[in-house]
Ligand binder design. Structure first.
Ligand code: BEZ
Length: 210
């Protein structure tokens, strides 16, 4: 099944390293990040899980729950987690779904047969509190993801959910933002009485609202 931006994130019940989870119930009112790993006891995946474990306080600050998946069983994840703690200097502090039957992987189209028939690619889905998919990313097995970039996108998603603004290339939280193109100058005067800079009629820049 293809899962696209704006779709409701498919719900599932699955075993994890923190017990059986019903995904939508587990998300509750939070934002969520669901991300897949090709296989347990593999080098790039080991570094990725360590990176996310180190960043967990940053996800918590943003009210984002993180959950990983690989097509190995939970018992395998539990053994692997000891290696991650030993080699990456952080214990895995979020649930990892065991998906040997590929039930969740297939639901989210995480197995790309022309890459591998059996392993997942590196998928990321960011899900909003309304359970809608806000972002999807797909990386190949050979390239580890940049989880600071996932946090940066979440900052943008959370800001643009609140204000009628958009964020420019390479934006970082606190930088200037852009008035959304659907907002007329009249509406912008009401929304942003502090004003903005018109670089072009379609490119209106203002300090990040809080
Ligand atoms: C890795 O995590 O290093 C990896 C996993 C599956 C295929 C290739 C690399």
């Amino acid at each position: 099944m293809t899962v696209r931006i704006g779709d409701t994130a498919p719900d599932f019940t699955a075993p994890t390293t923190q017990g059986t989870i019903n995904f939508h119930e587990w998300l509750g009112e939070s934002w969520g990040v669901l991300f897949s790993h090709p296989k347990d006891f593999t080098p790039v995946c080991t570094t990725e899980l360590g990176a996310v474990a180190h960043l967990k306080p940053e996800f918590d600050k943003r009210n984002v729950k993180v959950i990983g998946l690989s097509v190995d069983p939970v018992e395998s994840h539990e053994k692997w987690e000891a290696d991650i703690e030993e080699t990456q200097g952080a214990a895995v502090n979020f649930p990892m779904i065991g998906d040997p039957e590929r039930a969740v992987a297939d639901l989210y189209d995480m197995v790309h047969p022309n890459a591998s028939d059996t392993l997942t690619v590196r998928s990321v889905f960011v899900i909003g509190p309304d359970k809608k998919v806000k972002l999807s990313l797909t990386y190949p097995a050979s390239t580890g993801r940049n989880f600071d970039e996932i946090l940066r996108v979440i900052d943008s998603l959370q800001l643009t959910a609140k204000f009628k603004v958009a964020t420019p290339a390479d934006w970082q939280n606190g930088d200037d933002v852009i008035i959304g193109s659907a907002v007329s100058d009249d509406e912008a005067r009401e929304l942003f009485p502090q004003g903005w800079t018109t670089v072009k009629p379609y490119l209106r820049v203002l300090p990040q609202p809080n």
